[in-house]
Design a protein around this ligand. Structure first.
Ligand code: PMP
Length: 409
C-alpha cells in the first residue's frame, strides 16, 4: 500500500470537516431522528411538478439543456433570477451582474477565492453559518466576531471591533452576514441595525456579503429590508439559493454583485466547475415561470411555521432549567443554550445512541466558544418526530448534567 498522507498538499491540512456533513454520514442508514442538517421538509418538495417539468425540459430543450453552457449561467435563467429577486424586494443595480453557482456554498467559496488574502479580516456574526467559517478559514481569513441578540448583529459593537482589528494590523475587508432568518439562531436583523451596518461598511470601505437563503420563510409579521436594497454604494454582494425554495439536489444558487467582481468570480468558476448544471438551470427556469417556486415557498412557510411552533412548545416543556434560546422569527433553525457545564459535543454520541442528532454549538463560533450550545433544525422532521427528538435531547441533557453533578460531588 502506498502512503497517501505524505503526498497530500499543505492545503489539506487547512481543511476542516463540516461537522454537519460528518453527522449526516454518521446517521445515514441508522434510525436516528436528525435535527442536524438544514434539510427541507420532504413533504414540501414539488415532486410531481418537477417530474413533469424535467421531462418537458429534456423533450423541448434537450440539445441545449443536456449540453455545456456559459460559466455565469444560461441567459434566460439569469434573467429570470433577476426578475424573481426583484419581485421579492431585492434591488438590482444597472452595474450588477448575476452569476449562477452550484448552490450558494460555491458562491461563498468563489468569493473567498477572489476576495480573501491570507490575514484579511472578515466580520462575522457570532455565532454564524459554520460552512462559511470553514471556507474563509481555509483561505486564511482572520475573523472579527460580533455578537448577536434577538435583533441580529449587535451593530453597536461593530465599529469598535473593526477599530481593534485594524489596530492589530488586520486589513478588514468585509462583513459576512446572514441578516434575515439567521443560521443558526433564526433572528432577523432590524432595519435600524442594517442601516448602521451599512454606515460602518461605508466609513471603513468594506464589502458586505448578504447571504440570504431563508428570507422567504419569515413566520411572524417582521418587516425587514434587504441590505442589498438599502445599499446605495454598490458594496453589498447578494447571495441566494434555490435549495430551500425548490430542491437542494438541483444545486443551484446565485450571486448578484458588481460586474467587476462577477467577472473575477467567473474566472474562478471556470477553474472550479466550468458551469453549474445546465439541466438544473432549465428545470428551475420552468419552475419559476410556472409558479412552482412561489407555490413551494408558500407551502414551506406554512409547514415550517407550524413546526417552529411545535418545537418552541416542546423546548419550553422539556428542556432543563437554565436553558435558553431565541424564538426563531424565520428560517429553519433554532440555537439552544443549555445550562453551563453541558458540553454538547461530548454529549452527542449518547444522543445519537438514543436516536437523535443535532449540531454542537462550538462549530458556529469563530472563537471556539459555545460549548454548551447546539443548533437544531425544525424543517425536516414531522411535527410528532420533532417533539420526540427534542424530548430525547432534553432527557439526554438532564442525564448528562446529573452524571456531572454526581462525579463532582
Ligand atoms: N448559506 C447559508 C447561511 C446556509 O445555511 C446554507 C445551507 N444550509 C448555504 C449558504 C449553502 O446552501 P446551498 O449551497 O445549498 O445553496
Amino acid at each position: 500500500m502506498i502512503g497517501i498522507e505524505s503526498k497530500l498538499s499543505d492545503n489539506v491540512k487547512r481543511m476542516r470537516p463540516s461537522e454537519i456533513r460528518e453527522i449526516l454520514t454518521l446517521t445515514e442508514n441508522r434510525k436516528v431522528l436528525s435535527l442536524a442538517g438544514g434539510l427541507p421538509g420532504p413533504e414540501v418538495f414539488p415532486k410531481e411538478e418537477l417530474a413533469a417539468i424535467a421531462s418537458r425540459v429534456i423533450e423541448e430543450l434537450g440539445d441545449s439543456a443536456l449540453q455545456y453552457s456559459p460559466t455565469l449561467g444560461v441567459m434566460p435563467f439569469r434573467e429570470a433570477v433577476v426578475d424573481f429577486v426583484k419581485g421579492k424586494g431585492v434591488k438590482v443595480n444597472d452595474n450588477d451582474r448575476v452569476a449562477v453557482t452550484t448552490g450558494s456554498q460555491e458562491a461563498i467559496y468563489l468569493l473567498a477565492m477572489t476576495l480573501v488574502n491570507p490575514g484579511d479580516g472578515i466580520v462575522v456574526e457570532s455565532p454564524t453559518y459554520l460552512a462559511a467559517l470553514n471556507v474563509f478559514r481555509y483561505h486564511g481569513a482572520e475573523f472579527i466576531p460580533v455578537p448577536i441578540d434577538e435583533n441580529g448583529m449587535r451593530t453597536d459593537l461593530l465599529e469598535d471591533s473593526i477599530k481593534k482589528a485594524k489596530q492589530r494590523g488586520i486589513n478588514v475587508k468585509m462583513i459576512y452576514t446572514v441578516a434575515t432568518c439567521h443560521n443558526p439562531t433564526g433572528v432577523i436583523m432590524s432595519d435600524d441595525r442594517r442601516k448602521e451596518l451599512l454606515e460602518v461598511a461605508s466609513k471603513y470601505d468594506l464589502l458586505v456579503i448578504e447571504d440570504d437563503p431563508y428570507s422567504f420563510f419569515v413566520f411572524d409579521d417582521t418587516n425587514f429590508t434587504h441590505l442589498k436594497t438599502m445599499d446605495s454604494e454598490g458594496r453589498v454582494i447578494y447571495l441566494g439559493t434555490f435549495s430551500k425554495i425548490l430542491a437542494p439536489g438541483l444545486r443551484l444558487g446565485y450571486m448578484i454583485a458588481d460586474r467587476q467582481l462577477t467577472r473575477a468570480v467567473e474566472l474562478a468558476k471556470q477553474m472550479v466547475d466550468l458551469h453549474s448544471s445546465t439541466l438544473s438551470q432549465y428545470i428551475a427556469l420552468y419552475a419559476i415561470r410556472e409558479g412552482v417556486v412561489d407555490k413551494t415557498i408558500e407551502k414551506a412557510r406554512k409547514a415550517y411555521k407550524e413546526k417552529r411552533d411545535v418545537m418552541v412548545d416542546a423546548l419550553e416543556e422539556y428542556m432543563p432549567e437554565g436553558s435558553h434560546w431565541f424564538k426563531p422569527k424565520g428560517g429553519l433553525f433554532a440555537f439552544i443554550y443549555l445550562p453551563e457545564g453541558v458540553d454538547t459535543a461530548d454529549m452527542l454520541p449518547t444522543a445519537i445512541d438514543r436516536g437523535v442528532a443535532y449540531v454542537p454549538g462550538r462549530n458556529f463560533f469563530s472563537d471556539g466558544s459555545g460549548a454548551n450550545a447546539m443548533r437544531i433544525n425544525f424543517s425536516y422532521l414531522s411535527p410528532d418526530k420533532l417533539r420526540t427528538g427534542i424530548k430525547i435531547i432534553a432527557d439526554t441533557a438532564k442525564d448528562y448534567l446529573a452524571s456531572k453533578r454526581a462525579t463532582s460531588a
